[in-house]
Ligand binder design. Sequence first.
Ligand code: TYM
Length: 335
Amino acid sequence: MENNEKKRILSMYQCTGTFTLGNYLGAIRNHIHFQEEGYQCVYALADLHAITVRQEPAQLRRYTMEAYAFLLAAGLDLEKTIFFVQSHVPEHAQLAWLLNCYTQFGELSRMTQFKDKSQKHADNINAGLFTYPCLMAADILLYQTDYVPVGADQKQHVELARDIAERFNGAYSPTFTVPEPIIPRRGARVMSLQDPTRKMSKSDGNNNGCISVLDDPDTIMRKFKRAVTDSEGGVRYSDEKPGVKNLMEIYSALTGRTMEEIEREFDGKGYGDFKPAVAEAVISELQPIQERFQEIVKDKSYLQQCYRQNAEKASAIARRTVQKAMKKIGFLPIS
Ligand code: TYM
C-alpha cells in the first residue's frame, strides 16, 4: 500500500455538459470541504467515461475546459488537491483493461446505470457502456484510494470496485487498497424538479427539471416556481410528497437547517413562499461561484498549465500501481 499517513479520497465527474445542482450538492461541494479536513484529495474529469455516449468533439473539449474552471471557481485548491483530466493519464485505460479480465459478465449485467443508459441510448449500446464500471474501478484503485465520496447513484459502482480489488488481492497478494464509498447525508440524490421520482441529470439539461450551475438567477427562480409539488399545500417532509421532499432536501443542504426547522419556518405558509425561498438559497450559493468562473474560464493558458501539471502528479502515482499489478499478473518486464 502507498506509504502515506493521510487517508486518500478520490472522486470524478463526467464532463458531458454543464454540472447540475445535483452534481454540486451531491458531490462537488462536499468534495471541496474534504480538502480542509486533512485528507489527500484526488479529483478528475471523467472524459473517457463520457464517450460511452456519443459526444460532439468541439463540445466535449469545451465542456471539459469549463468543468475544470468550474471546480476551481467552486474552491478546489490545487495547492492541496490533485485535479486532472482522465484522458491525460493513460494508466486509467491501461488498468481498466487488466480489471476487465477480473470482472464477470454477470456482475456488469447487474449495474443499474448500464440498464438505464442502454434503455436511453438503445441505438448505441456499446461495449464501453457495459465495461464502464471496470474503468471506474481502475480510476479508484490506481490511487490506492481509501474513500470515494459520491452521490447515491454511484454507490453500486464503488461496491463493484471493492469486489474487484478484493478478488485481485486474493488471487495474488495485497495490491490495491479496498475503497469505501461515502454518501452525503443531505443532497445525496437531488431529484428532477419536474419529475421528483427521477434524479436530476444533465441529459435533462434543457428542461425545467434540471438546474445548471451556470443558470442565471431569473432562470433559477423560474424553474423553482414551476417545480412539481402536490395539491396539499403544506411544507411537510414525507415520502408521499416527493416534490416537496426534494425541495426541502435542497433547502436543507444549503442552509444546514433540519427538516423540523424548515417545517416550522414555513408553518402556515404555502408553496408560494417556500419555492422562492429555495430558489434564493440556490442563487446565493451559486452566484459568487459563477462570478469567479467567468474570470477563470477566460484564462486558457492558466487552465492548461494547471491540468498539465496535475496530470503529471497523477501519473506518477498511477504508474506505480499499474507496474505493481502487471508484475503480480506475470507480464514480462521491459527492463
Ligand atoms: P456523474 O458524472 O454522473 O456525477 C458526478 C457526481 O455527481 C453525483 N450526482 C448526484 N448527486 C446527487 N443528486 C444527483 N441528481 C446527482 N447527479 C450526479 C454523482 O453521484 C457523482 O458523485 N461514474 C461517475 C463518474 C466517475 C467516478 C469515477 C466517480 C468516473 N470514475 C471514480 C467516483 C470515482 C459518474 O458518472 O458521475
